[in-house]
Design a protein around this ligand. Structure first.
Ligand code: GLA
Length: 714
């Protein structure tokens, strides 16, 4: 009897729980395949009820348990890392958020935006959670707005852009870390109880040690073509932090946002702080699916001129370094034409007179043409470029200053530096204080003045070689704001550049890929992946960046690094990104030059697949001595497959490379193209089914050997 009573009570409370949740408000944020669902609890607070593969029947979201609070706040009953921590004027550090309302709108580009408003009933501070779902590419972006509705200023100690929670038996995190010339090394680890943070404190060159994205595999280690994988990127060109915390119940919380390290931010009464966007996708087709989602989204919605073409180029950096004059540059314009590329890009070393830029120790900040090297400015070079039918591009590094410069002498108040300590220099330079609007004007004027004087400049390589060192701003009233205000100042400048020069192509560079995030890429058309252009290293580095960035954004140049590798091997590697050359053409043999010219022609012809198509990573360089990647046009009529033998072992067993993304029912003609002898070779006719199921023998036992196959539907 006693037992029956207990069972009845349990049943009754379970029924109550079901009916209470069924009644609560459900807010689904959905793409074609992903569902992120919030709901309001009986206590009026907002919970993340679901995040995963979209359910066919949305009504069934109500059957799920409530989940973890959507935007966890500090000071309440949850014992784990909060997304929001406000220090109120009265010294109270707690925040409690209750649901107010939500709205959904469909945007002109087809994306769907949802805003959920929350308010603290005690302090009236408001949090608006914004989401935009891009249904066709399964990407969701999110950020929050935090408004101070108190009578006095409040300090935001933590202010994440996003909190996502998971409940699965295991989690595997993949990060891409490294250093200068050694970027984006893939490392995967299992997450156990506790916290793992991926973050940087570098300020300007913020990605120097860690690429700004991660993959999280849910349930099992990440696979290329299967399994559930979250990929994420914070759109913030500065210090960021991703916190992965597994709690006592084995639930995982992923918090993404500006790195709160030394960045407590005070906002005045009535003021709103807007966090940067966190961009993410959840794929059921492994890392490859997540990459393709990001690539599609990036091209269609995010990157500057994302759907536009990209220019091939000849760069003089490694060919001349700082040692050039007008005659050499004129010759380089001719060389660009000979090679068949679209542009000649003049790198570092063209500016400054009192302290000429003949090395990296002087001149940064003084952006007048050096009269020794360029007595007639760029006019004769631009004239020659026009004559040759190539464009002219220019390197700048406008956020930086060498202490040996006129800018430093006249405007030390514009420099981030400690007033009472010896200066520490990274690459002999310091960072300008972009929190100061006057400095923003100056940095804008560097590009604007050049463009005004030489409207023909068709491209800029915008470099940023130093992290923020000697952290102190002569301008800021609250020094803790500097890391954040630096980035806001940078965006003010870049907004102006984009507004005035919407068509201008610009490469984001920071001593290699010390910068690379999707907010930055709203202003830049591409980024420099690494100063390391050894093709073997590049196979790994490009593999890393291709995880979330489409090939048209990844600048890849052929250089003289690695004298053992042939021009063909180097060029084949660079053709998987945005192709450029940084070599002295006159050092090439006749046949090397002939090959390079052919490669440029082939690249231009294959751009619809390589730059606009779907990428499939077929064989990982991390798995052995060979690697292969392919690109398929959206209509599956054409594909390009790259295959590389790096250092095969003696008598190594070789397996076929199975293709992906083709139409199984179509017949394809396969030929090897871009051969060193410049003669294409027919391989045969195969169905898509055969190529994807059986594959072709593409690898060999030759060292540093590469092949490109063109696959064309009949
Ligand atoms: C950085 C860039 C290089 C080159 C040099 C010039 O290191 O990454 O590509 O432009 O600066 O100083």
């Amino acid at each position: 009897m006693k037992h029956m009573k207990k069972t009845f009570l349990l049943l009754a409370s379970a029924l109550m729980a079901v009916s209470a949740t069924a009644e609560s408000k459900i807010i689904p944020i959905e793409t074609e395949n992903v569902g992120l669902v919030y709901s309001v609890g009986d206590n009026g607070r907002l919970y993340q009820r679901y995040f995963g593969k979209k359910l066919i029947n949305a009504e069934e979201y109500a059957k799920l348990p409530q989940g973890i609070e959507a935007y966890l706040t500090h000071g309440m009953e949850d014992y784990f890392e909060p997304a929001l921590h406000i220090n109120h004027a009265d010294g109270n550090q707690s925040t409690l958020l209750k649901y107010v309302d939500s709205s959904t709108t469909t945007n002109a580009d087809g994306s769907v935006s949802t805003v959920i408003s929350l308010v603290d009933p005690e302090y009236n501070d408001e949090v608006k959670m914004h989401f935009t779902a891009y249904p066709d590419c399964d990407v969701i972006t999110t950020y929050t707005e935090i408004t101070n509705n108190e009578k006095k200023p409040i300090e935001l100690e933590k202010y994440a852009s996003s909190l996502l929670t998971f409940n699965a038996p295991a989690y595997y995190l993949t990060q891409y870390d490294g250093d200068w010339a050694n970027e984006a090394n893939l490392k995967e680890q299992k997450l156990e109880f506790g916290k793992k943070q991926l973050d940087t404190n570098l300020g300007s060159r913020h990605n120097m040690f860690l690429a700004q994205f991660f993959q999280l595999s849910i349930g099992a280690p990440a696979q290329e073509n299967s399994g559930e994988v979250l990929a994420g990127n914070l759109g913030w060109t500065g210090n960021y932090r991703y916190t992965f915390e597994v709690d006592r119940e084995g639930k995982l919380r992923v918090i993404s946002g500006i790195n709160p390290y030394n960045s407590e931010y005070t906002i005045a009464k009535g003021e709103t702080f807007t966090t940067p966007e966190f961009h993410f996708t959840l794929s059921q087709e492994g890392k490859g699916g997540a990459s393709r989602n990001f690539h599609d989204w990036a091209r269609q919605y995010k990157v500057k001129d994302g759907m536009g073409d990209r220019m091939t180029l000849l760069n003089n950096w490694e060919a001349t370094y700082f040692d050039f004059d007008e005659a050499k540059l004129i010759q380089l314009c001719k060389d660009a034409k000979t090679l068949g590329v679209d542009m000649f890009l003049l790198d570092d070393g063209w500016f400054a007179n009192k302290y000429p830029r003949n090395g990296d120790t002087a001149g940064l900040g003084d952006w007048g043409e050096n009269v020794e090297k360029l007595p007639n400015g760029f006019y004769p070079v631009i004239e020659e470029a026009k004559k040759q039918g190539v464009k002219f591009g220019l390197w700048i590094e406008p956020e930086m200053v060498n202490p040996k410069s006129e800018l430093y002498e006249t405007h030390k108040d514009w420099v981030i530096t400690l007033p009472n300590r010896d200066e520490y220099y990274f690459r002999n330079q310091l960072v300008l204080d972009l929190s100061n609007p006057k400095v923003q004007d100056y940095v804008f004027s560097v590009l604007d003045d050049l463009k005004t004087k030489y409207p023909e400049i068709a491209f800029f390589k915008w470099d940023c070689n130093s992290p923020i060192t000697n952290i102190y701003s002569p301008y800021e009233k609250n020094q803790k704001h500097l890391y954040v205000d630096y980035v806001k100042g940078l965006y003010n400048v870049l907004e102006r550049v984009k507004a005035k020069y919407p068509e201008l192509a610009i490469m984001m560079c920071a001593g290699g890929s010390g910068r690379g995030d999707y907010k930055g890429l709203e202003y830049f058309t591409e980024f420099w992946a690494s100063d390391n252009t050894d093709p073997i290293e590049r196979l790994f580095i490009q593999w890393g960046f291709s995880q979330i960035f489409p090939s048209k954004t990844i600048c890849a140049h052929v250089t003289s690094w690695n004298r053992d590798a042939s021009i063909k091997f180097k060029t084949d590697v660079a053709m998987m990104g945005k192709l450029g050359f940084d070599i002295n053409l006159h050092e090439l043999s006749e046949s090397d030059l002939r090959y390079a010219q052919q490669a440029v022609r082939e690249y231009n012809r294959l751009k619809p697949a390589i730059l606009e198509g779907d990428q499939y990573r077929l064989v990982s360089p991390y798995d052995g001595n060979h690697t292969s990647t392919m690109y398929v046009t959206k209509d599956k009529s054409k594909a390009v497959v790259f295959a590389f033998d790096v250092y095969p072992r003696y008598n190594e067993k070789m397996y076929n490379v199975k293709m992906s993304g083709l139409d199984a029912n179509k017949m394809y003609n396969v030929k090897e193209i871009n051969r060193y002898d410049c003669n294409d070779q027919n391989v045969g006719q195969y169905s898509g089914n055969y190529l994807m199921t059986v594959g072709l023998p593409m690898f060999t036992g030759n060292k540093l050997h590469s092949r490109i196959y063109e696959v064309s539907a009949n």
